[in-house]
Write a protein that binds this ligand. Structure first.
Ligand SMILES: [Zn+2]
Length: 565
């Protein structure tokens, strides 16, 4: 099909390229900015606010040496926490149980007569080799500072239990014993758990109780810096027994589970020290903790807590989370399929493309996915082999970010090269609808089998189809500048805003090792924007593979050199 002549070349090509780069960079920035933790607050801010500066002072007394269950240092840390609780004007009780558990229990009574109770928990024991600044001295320090904030603030309506659990690392023994033995467990309506893995990153709310729509909505409303994606729930549930929260989920408690998990080199290692800990993760945990305690603490939980079923939710901006009921997933996917079918039918009727062309577009897209996956996987494992003496830095340190960026540019080079060779005879619309066909399948699959992840596949394509409908409905043989940018914006922005944090949180959790999969997810986006880039480059994409391959090589070299230094 040669009806691809486009009117946009009234404006110099370089201007279009510049605008496109700006749109993509801005969307990627919005995607990353969602994950930015708040800056630390110094120790001298108002006593009614959470200060990571103050929390760090407690942490300096907690994360001195490893304090595994049964050690002398463990007893010292236990005593330090109970002393601190007393200093803040509360009573600390030790809840002892078997095997070898000493939970620290603090109850802050509400001003009302309500039995409604909120439990906030964090474990204070460590594994044998780690001082545990991140895992989980940070959580214990967050609890202490939050307790102090409550003392300085107006009394809340509901009761709050601060539970510093023990024996988390030996098998969640502390939380299990508490669940088994606490006589008023029924009064606990909400559980907030804080944990740390690694030494940096951001406070991610990665698991909830069942039927989470109500609590996620409240979280989105109350927390100043909420970060949460419903796509994380399935992985969290699959890894059942991961941390203290799971026991509460099992007995059907509603709640929110928070973790930071970047800088994995420190995880369960002697490097889990205060020096290596990024103070911002404490401020992030803490600001959210205090806001949630005050929010739920003043709520008539008996009357206001509702079962609204499960939700699909995700950040679209920093501090802004979209939440909607799970039952929307399938209708949204059906709407998307319907719109796709309608546009294909209109396009076919008006000779804008052929079925054969769309199938060819789909094949071109699938080949890009598979090739990229294979090549990146090979390069990643070779990188590990070449730098086998620096594996820790590559996999568990921020160096990984540099290599990830290099792989991303290499992916652009691979995909644009494939489109150059295979896409030649396929029209822009056919390439686009070919990749859309794949997305439609994904959207349907996730909506039916894994609703928490469905948003990733449904929204970019639904909006992308709405964008391109301008061109198809008006049967534009030559795409007008306005239509071009409407369609491009509606395709590129949703993809990058949603997938940037999704890919990055996946990478943070799974390290560089799964780079093939992250780049597969990147190709999903390239496949739907490449046809537009095609238009701008008048179907001659040579510049793109050359420039991005060079960028990839330069970034890789920078990464390698800084690794060796
Ligand atoms: Zn932990």
């Amino acid at each position: 099909m040669e009806n691809d002549v486009l009117i946009i070349h009234k404006i110099p090509r370089l201007v279009h390229i510049f605008i496109i780069i700006c749109i993509i960079s801005f969307s990627v920035f919005v995607g990353f900015y969602q994950l930015k933790p708040p800056d630390p607050e110094p120790a001298d801010i108002s006593l009614t606010q959470f200060s990571s500066g103050r929390a760090m002072e407690y942490l300096e007394n907690i994360a001195v040496k490893p304090h595994p269950v049964g050690s002398e240092e463990h007893s010292r840390v236990r005593d330090y926490i109970t002393e601190k609780v007393k200093e803040f004007g509360f009573k600390a009780e030790i809840h002892s149980s078997n095997p070898s558990v000493e939970n620290i229990f603090v109850k802050v009574d509400g001003k009302g007569k309500s039995k409604d109770t909120i439990l906030i928990s964090a474990h204070y024991d460590t594994v044998p080799g780690a001082p545990g600044a991140g895992d989980n001295g940070s959580g214990a320090a967050v609890l202490l500072e939050s307790l102090r904030v409550l003392k300085a603030s107006e009394k809340l309506r509901n009761n709050i239990i601060f539970l510093f659990t023990d024996g988390e690392e030996t098998g969640l023994y502390g939380s299990k014993a508490f669940i088994r033995e606490y006589p008023y467990i029924d009064d606990i309506k909400i559980v907030l758990n804080f944990d740390g893995k690694g030494c940096s990153g951001y406070s991610l709310m990665f698991n909830t109780g069942k039927n989470n729509r109500w609590i996620v909505k409240e979280f989105a409303k109350a927390a100043p810096y909420p970060i949460a994606f419903s796509s994380s729930i399935k992985a969290a549930d699959d890894a059942f027994g991961l941390n203290d929260f799971d026991g509460f989920k099992e007995i059907n408690k509603q709640g929110l589970n928070f973790i930071f998990n970047k800088g994995l080199y420190a995880y369960h290692s002697k490097k889990d020290t205060i020096t290596n800990l990024d103070e911002r993760v404490i401020q992030h945990h803490g600001t959210n903790a205090v806001s949630l305690l005050k929010h739920f603490g003043n709520m008539d939980l008996e009357a206001e807590m509702r079962n609204e079923g499960d939700a699909i939710y995700f950040n679209i901006m920093r501090s802004l989370i979209v939440v909607y009921p799970k039952i929307w997933a399938i209708p949204l996917a059906i709407l998307t399929v319907g719109l796709f079918g309608l546009l294909v039918w209109i396009g076919l009727k008006n000779n804008m493309f052929t079925i054969k062309g769309i199938v060819q577009g789909l094949i071109c897209f699938v080949i890009s996915l598979i090739f990229t996956f294979e090549i990146i996987t090979i390069i990643e494992s070779s990188t590990e082999r070449v730098f086998k003496n620096h594996l820790e830095k590559i996999l568990f340190n921020d160096f990984g970010d540099i290599f990830l960026a290099s792989f991303a540019f290499l992916t652009i080079a691979i995909v644009s090269l494939i489109y150059n060779f295979l896409g030649k005879r396929i029209s822009t619309l056919e390439l686009l609808f070919g990749s859309f066909a794949y997305w439609i399948g994904m959207s349907l699959y996730y909506s039916v089998f894994e609703f928490g992840t469905s948003y990733l596949y449904t929204w970019p394509i639904l909006l992308g189809l709405i964008g391109i409908s301008v061109v198809v409905l008006y049967k534009e043989k030559t795409v007008k500048i306005r239509s071009f940018y409407i369609a491009f914006l509606l395709t590129a922005v949703p993809y990058f805003v949603l997938f940037t944090p999704a890919i990055y949180t996946y990478y943070v959790d799974q390290t560089l090792r799964l780079s093939g999969i992250y780049m597969w997810m990147f190709v999903l986006g390239l496949g739907i924007i490449m046809p537009y880039i095609y238009i701008v480059f008048k179907r001659k994409l040579w510049v793109l593979p050359v420039v991005s391959a060079s960028l990839s090589a330069v970034i890789f070299a920078v990464g390698s050199l800084s690794l060796l230094n």
